[in-house]
Structures are given as C-alpha cells and as structure tokens.
Design a protein around this ligand. Structure first.
Ligand code: C2O
Length: 554
C-alpha cells in the first residue's frame, strides 16, 4: 500500500456544464473535481485549500468507511468544523474496500454547486475481481440548475417555500446539453446541438473496441434526480452496488438514485460498424429535463456516425412497479458477509413532510426536523461538552396509529438536533417508513445514505411495516450490503448494521434539498475510542473556547 497525496484548491470559476456559462465549484480549475484512483489499503491525503471567498468548506468521501478516522468523514457540524475561507484542512484516511465511490461537498448545498468527483478503489495489486473485463469506463452522474445554490437555499427556507424545480440538465462526467439534443435527427421538435467536441459541454464519449468486455462504473451524485441508464442494443450485467459484489443479473437498463453506485459489464458484440446510444433520463418525478445522451463509440468508427435507431427511451417516470422490480433483484453475491441473525435493537424512522413556525416547509423524522448545531457533534462529545446539542435522544418510533396514507393530521413539527446513541458493536435494525407528504395523494422516493458503515438491506414492502406480517419476509440469506437504499412511496425498507465504527455518523436522505430541509438523523457511538482528532477539526464554536482555555484537552 502506498500514500497518495493530493493538493486541492477549491474555488468558484466560470464553466459551461450544459453549454450555458455559469459558475461552478471547481477543484484545481477542473469540473468535476479530479478522480482519485487508489488500491485497497492505500492512504489518501487530501490537502484541501479553501479559496472560496465567503464560504466554509468540507469534503465527504461517500462510501469510505473511515475506520479509525471519523474526523475525516467531511461532514460540517458533525465530524468537523468547516474550514474557513483561506484556510487548509488535511484529510487523511485509508481506503479499505474496493469499489466505485465518489466525494462531494457536505456543507449547505455545496454539492449542488458542483463540488464532486470520483473515487475509485481497485483491489490490491495482483488480486483479481470475481468477474472478467478488459477495461473500465467511469461515469459520474449529476444534475444541474442554472439557479445558484444561494438562490436555491433561500427559496427552500422562505415562507412560502420556493421549490428548486427540475434541473436544467443531467450531466455525465460534468457534461450535458440544455435546449438542444445530439439526437435531434430522430425527433424534429428538438434543436440539433452544434458541437465540435472540444466544448466543456461536449458529451463524454464511451470509446470501446469490438468484442471486448467493459466494466462501466456508474455513480450518482445528483442533487435531486432519480435516473435510468440504458445503452442501445446492449444488455447490462450488474455486478457491483455501492462497493459490494452482487449476484450478477442481466437487465436492459438500471435505475440509479442519488448516493448509489453500480458496476455493469457489457460485451461489445454488436455490429462493429455502428455506434450506439447511451441514454440517461429522469424517473420518479415528472421529467421536465431532457435525457442526456452520449455515444458508445465502437472504434475505429467516427463519432459523427450516429446510431441507426433512436436512443433507448427512459421508462415511464411513475412506473414504480418497474422500479421496485429492478431494486428487488439486487442481492448479495455468493460468499458475501452475512448479517447477524438477530438484532439487539430496532428503531423505526417515519418520514414526513411538515411545517415549522407557521408555514416553513420541512422534512421530519419521527416528527423532528434535523437542524445541525454550530459546534460539531464529534468535537463536543470528545471534549465532553453537553450544551451544544439536545442531550435527549430523539424518539425511536412513531405512534402506531399514524396514518401513512394521508397528510400529517397536525402538520406542525419542530426542529431538533438530538442523537441516537449506540453501544459499540450493537446490532441495529432500522425500519424506514415512508408516508404521505403535505399534499394529498403524494409520497416521494427517498434514497437514504448511512455514513461510516455498510448495511444489509433486509427487505422492502408497501404500506406500513407490520411486525406480524413482514418480519418473516425479511431476507437473512443473501441481503445486499449497501451504503444507500431507497424507500418507495408509501412503503418501508428494513436495514441491519453493526454499530462497530466509533464516531458520529449521519443517516439521511441523499436528495440535497431534502437534507437541507431536515431529512436526516445522527448516530453516535464509541467516541472514547476516537483518537488523534486534528485540532482544526475541533476548533470552532464551544469546543474552540475549551481548547483556548485548556490546550491539553484533546
Ligand atoms: Cu453522499 Cu451524507 O452524503
């Protein structure tokens, strides 16, 4: 294993992700940020320099477990103090599991401003994957708004709330098009994009040679959109999800929610003189955003040779049966770690939309909308300050007679910042329960992401979870390990994890505006085991005062 050292300057810059000039958060003048590629066991050091003139900064390494380094998880108000404008923070952590990951901002809505990039971990030198492929291709998916994140944030926290709306474009590796299509020839209502290929918005072309096998890595860091990915004429063999091997299965397309990653294998066995469409469209919300297209370019064909048939169509956005069917097919590969047969503790998390202070719209979990404290939890707990967040843990369940099929009877809720505390090593089940929003006959998909752990997905169901009916349906045989899982409208999802990683870890909806509106909870355990937290991660808010008065306390 080696140490990989990066020096990153983060700064706003002009960029045209969708052929319209705007401002993005760039890293070393790149958008998306540089790809980190490492081997299992390597140490990653990222020296992050905040060159934003007026904002704090953190970077979260999504899917990396941070064993022993919870302070490097990169969550503002949770694992560390945000790094001030002009200052530097040094992340240092080991990547201990192969897989397809990414990193992104985790303060306010900085992810939606374009602060993200890929993080790929290969097996140790000389070790082989349990499947064969010739080369890999990496795709990081995101969605893009012309409206700045400042405007988006102000809109979300105004009364009446102003929703961010649908994105102007879906991006593949930071590239997409607005107001024109590269496939206009099949649909005359669209304008043909005039691209030379060297523009910042020119499609990222997937170049392949005939009769080979490619591993396509696909990760989604969208702010909002659930996506569907398909390649014309080519079946996808799904082999990895969130850095874990799955039982391989063939499919014509995959759904991918924000926070998830997949690897699919394709064989380039189609007519070699043709190129094929790669199409990514929106699901789960009425799409007002065009699918983003690019080419699977069979070399040595010219990229100007358009495929003979039109691009694959994204399945109907509302066809939840189809989405469930895909999601339920994801199971652990043979030989994957199995879950403990019993849990020590089970908590239920009811997802609702509510109002606070007479009309501000929030999301709440068991009737509490998460509002992060100004002193990071990890620092406060380590130093032993009990005034910075609510010392009462939030409720572990919700009223049994709660009607999930209608808007909340009392729409009012409150904000809070209490923490679910676990014993180190405790085996925890979480049942995520979806419900109706504030609007009649409406319930949405939410991809929930856990920091610091993978969890087993024991099952899903429609309606309210019933211990009597659903308990025996849970899958303890081959549940997939993941770090992100969806709850479908009006449904429930059951997960199990071992709380064996000392630290403070958020568990939240990965939809950026939903998290911003309070849709998350915080888990903590084993803080006494956390050592060597850099002073810079601790030095803000109340903990800064303690450190100034008593510099040895750390
Ligand atoms: Cu990728 Cu807490 O997020």
């Amino acid at each position: 294993p080696i140490v990989r050292h990066y020096k990153w300057e983060v700064e706003y810059m002009f960029w045209s992700p969708d052929c319209v000039e705007n401002v993005v958060m760039g890293i070393n003048s790149q958008f998306p940020g540089p790809t980190i590629r490492a081997n299992v066991g390597d140490t990653i050091i990222v020296e992050m320099i905040n060159k934003l003139s007026t904002e704090g900064l953190v970077i979260h390494w999504h899917g990396i477990l941070q064993k022993g380094t919870p302070w490097a998880d990169g969550t503002a108000s949770i694992s560390q103090c945000a790094t001030n404008s002009g200052e530097t923070f040094i992340y240092r952590f080991v990547v201990d599991k192969a897989g397809t990951y990414f990193y992104h901002g985790h303060l306010g809505m900085q992810r939606a401003a374009g602060l993200y990039g890929s993080l790929i971990v290969d097996l140790e030198e000389g070790k082989k994957e349990p499947f064969h492929y010739d080369e890999d291709i990496n795709l990081l998916l995101s969605d893009w708004w012309h409206k700045s994140i400042q405007k988006q944030e102000v809109g979300l926290s105004s009364n009446p709330m102003r929703w961010i709306g649908e994105p102007e474009a879906i991006l593949i590796n930071g590239r997409g098009q607005t107001n024109c299509s590269i496939a206009a020839k099949y649909n005359t209502s669209l304008k043909q994009c005039e691209l030379k290929g060297d523009e910042q918005c020119a499609p990222f072309i997937l170049q392949v040679k005939p009769n080979k096998t490619y591993r396509i890595r696909i990760a989604s860091t969208t702010s909002l959109s659930a996506l569907n990915f398909a390649i014309g004429n080519h079946q996808l063999l799904v082999v990895e999800a969130d850095g874990n091997y799955v039982q391989p299965f063939l499919t014509s397309d995959i759904d991918i929610y924000s926070g998830e990653s997949y690897s699919v294998l394709i064989t380039t066995d189609q007519t070699p003189s043709e190129n094929y469409w790669v199409s990514i469209g929106v699901r789960g919300r009425l799409p007002k955003t065009l699918s983003v297209l690019t080419l699977l370019n069979y070399l040595p064909n010219s990229v100007s040779k358009l495929p003979v048939s039109p691009p694959p169509e994204t399945p109907d956005w509302e066809d939840y049966a189809r989405s469930k069917n895909f999601t339920y097919r994801i199971l652990a590969a043979m030989g994957s770690p199995k879950p403990p047969v019993k849990s020590n503790r089970r908590i239920f998390l009811l997802n609702t939309q509510n109002n606070v202070n007479g009309g501000f719209v929030k999301w709440a979990i068991n009737n509490i909308s998460l509002a992060l404290p100004s002193t990071p939890y990890l620092a406060a707990m380590k130093i032993g300050i009990n005034t910075t967040f609510d010392q009462n843990p939030p409720p572990e369940t919700f009223p049994e007679d709660y009607d999930i099929n209608n808007p909340p009877p009392n729409t009012n809720t409150k904000t809070g910042n209490g923490v679910y505390q676990y014993e180190l090593g405790e085996i925890v089940d979480v049942i995520l329960q979806n419900a109706n929003t504030l609007n009649d006959k409406n319930s949405e998909i939410h991809p929930w992401h856990l920091h610091g752990h993978d969890f087993w997905v024991l099952g899903y169901g429609d309606g309210k979870f019933s211990a009597a009916m659903d308990e025996k349906k849970l899958n303890l045989k081959n549940p997939p390990l993941r770090n992100t899982v969806v709850i479908f409208p009006y449904g429930w999802t059951a997960i199990r994890f071992v709380a064996d990683n000392p630290g403070v870890w958020p568990f939240h909806c990965h939809i950026e505006p939903h998290l911003h509106m309070g849709m998350g909870v915080v888990f903590a355990k084993g803080i006494h085991k956390v050592e060597r937290i850099p002073t810079k991660a601790l030095a803000c808010g109340e903990t800064a005062k303690v450190l100034i008065n008593n510099p040895t306390k750390k």
